[in-house]
Design a protein around this ligand. Structure first.
Ligand code: GLN
Length: 550
């Protein structure tokens, strides 16, 4: 590669506490570079031993983000896609599990014959190989941002940090930058901001041989010039490389705040990139619209993991994007499906303008979801069912409209006399758990006279999947006879992708996950239309004097 086109690398580490928002920080800096016309990608290195998060409970890990190529990845990849508007792939997430797996497989094949296989150099070499691979391709990226999961000082992130040290040495300081996120706590009792945890975190980094070039300090309050100079002095970097990252209302404002503070320009200077004027006009407009909605609606999200919002990250963000395109604020009302099992759905849904049933696994709470869907169907409440949400809608319709009283999914009742949702043959023989679902992008053909077509404005779409069970085509005839419309199918295997109820104002179920492709500057068409329907429903209900006072 000629020197003029050398890929630059920015590493993001975090110290003091976890959950500082490294993913958002990396995504925001990615956006600032992209706004300057640089091609950017982001890779997440996760220090856990699972091969991917697909086998973890959402309570442990939050949402599993699925890429077009069918990888089950960390939810931060969702932020990357939403912020830098670039498709991620399996190359953008590497876990300790994957790295060891590859090295051990190579050892078994005899690749290291005669050698002792060790963390240094074999594991660290594999980490570096994956960083290079993420930045390569037909046309190498200008900048690769690498987020290291975990917190500095953890035993399990050590090999990653050592790999960064080697990488910096091998590629040269001019091409590699280290950004460290820390926390500056404010002690209310003494009325002081405390810089010591940051000093210690940077000390820990330096022990390993890494010197941060930039600090992003999470704080509740502004950092005084004094504090900035103290941090700079103790951490060996110029005060102008110490930035405050204040808590904000919307994560989408962060690229703009960083730009205003000069982060973009400092990154460009530090890496010797050609300085360019950033074009953030569309982003600015998007943030302005988030902050100035002219309408409001409330949507019930009924699921099993509602007390851990990270489990529904992409759905929450898709509503932000869809809200903007409708100039509306969308408030989400979280409903625990098990609670609905105990009471009448009416008690929970009088003050909402729409119902969303997200994806999920296992039997718990299923009957609550089915009851909520029945309410939405009978009351004309706009409904969007995603994956499990579609499956529950089909079960509800089969039971209450087609007279198949014991209809169910074989996931919840393997002995049901009416398996309206069932495993396809290709899944029935699968015993291994990890990475064996129907995963990634599949094509879907939409019927022209459907709500889905009205949303996407084309007949051929591609959306991402993550499930084992499917609508059982043996039941299509009774379902259709009662008015269920099959609005979209997969052209290759003829599986149902979209269902609708033409007799209802807006009732759509999709077997795929539209939230995964919703971007800040390009909302998911289906979410956009769902919010539009919720806004119409609100008007209709208040005009008719129905519904609650909003
Ligand atoms: N549990 C269902 C299945 O495996 C739905 C999965 C989902 O909602 N992502 O098919």
């Amino acid at each position: 590669m000629s020197d003029a086109h050398r890929t630059k690398y920015i590493f993001f580490t975090g110290g003091v506490v976890s959950s500082l928002g490294k993913g958002i920080a990396a995504s925001s800096i990615g956006r600032l570079l992209k706004a300057r016309g640089y091609s950017v990608t982001i890779i997440k290195l996760d220090p856990y031993i699972n091969v991917d998060p697909g086998t973890m409970s959402p309570f442990q890990h939050g949402e599993v983000f699925v890429t077009d190529d069918g990888a089950e990845t960390d939810l931060d990849l969702g932020h990357y896609e939403r912020f830098i508007d670039t498709n991620m792939s399996r190359h953008n997430n590497a876990t300790t599990g994957q790295i060891y797996y590859d090295v051990i497989m190579r050892e078994r094949r005899g690749v290291y014959l005669g050698k002792t296989v060790q963390v240094i150099p074999h594991i660290t070499d594999e980490i570096k190989r994956r960083i290079l691979q993420a930045g390569a391709g037909d046309k190498p990226f200008d900048v690769v941002l690498i987020e290291v999961g975990g917190t500095v000082g953890d035993i399990e992130s050590l090999p990653f940090l050592e790999a960064i040290r080697q990488f910096t040495m091998e590629h040269g300081y001019a091409h590699v930058m280290n950004v460290h996120l820390t926390l500056i706590p404010y002690l209310h009792a003494s009325g002081e901001m405390k810089t010591k945890p940051t000093q210690h975190s940077v000390m820990k980094l330096r022990e390993i041989g890494l010197q941060p070039d930039m600090l992003l300090c999470r704080t509740e309050l502004p950092i005084s010039q004094d504090a900035r100079e103290k941090i700079a002095l103790f951490c060996s970097l110029p005060p102008e490389m110490v930035f405050e990252a204040r808590d904000v209302d919307s994560i989408y404002a962060i690229p703009l705040l960083f730009e205003e503070a000069g982060v973009g320009q400092r990154v460009v200077n530090r890496l010797g990139l050609e300085p360019r004027e950033p074009d953030l006009s569309r982003w600015r407009q998007f943030v302005r619209r988030i902050k100035n909605p002219t309408a409001f609606c409330r949507i019930a999200v009924c699921g099993k993991y509602t007390n851990l919002h990270d489990s529904y990250k992409s759905i929450i963000e898709a509503f932000v994007h869809a809200g903007v395109e409708n100039d509306a604020k969308v408030e989400l009302k979280w409903l625990d499906s098990e609670e609905i099992e105990k009471k009448d759905p009416d008690a929970f849904m009088q003050d909402v303008n729409g119902l969303l049933i997200p994806g999920g696994f296992g039997e718990r709470g299923i009957e609550g979801k089915i009851a909520a869907i029945r309410f939405a169907r009978e009351q004309g409440l706009p409904f969007l069912g995603i994956c499990l949400g579609l499956q529950c809608a089909v079960i509800e319709f089969s039971r209450n409209r087609c007279g198949l009283e014991e209809a169910n999914s074989t996931e919840f009742n393997p002995a049901t006399p009416h398996p309206v949702i069932d495993l396809m043959e290709t899944q029935a023989s699968v015993v291994q758990k990890g990475g064996t679902m129907r995963l990634g992008a599949y094509r879907c053909q939409l019927q022209k006279n459907s709500l889905a077509y009205k949303a996407y404005k084309k007949t051929e779409i591609s959306e991402r999947h993550r499930h084992r069970y499917e609508v059982n085509n043996a039941y299509l005839q009774p379902l259709q006879a009662q008015g269920l419309k099959i609005a979209g199918i997969n052209p290759e295997n003829k599986l149902v992708e979209v269902i609708e109820l033409p007799e209802h104002p807006w009732f759509v179920g999709v077997q795929y996950h539209p939230e995964l492709k919703s971007r800040a500057l390009a909302a998911s068409p289906l979410f956009r239309e769902f919010v539009a329907a919720a806004l119409r429903c609100k008007l209709g209900r208040s005009e008719n004097g129905g519904g609650a006072a909003f």
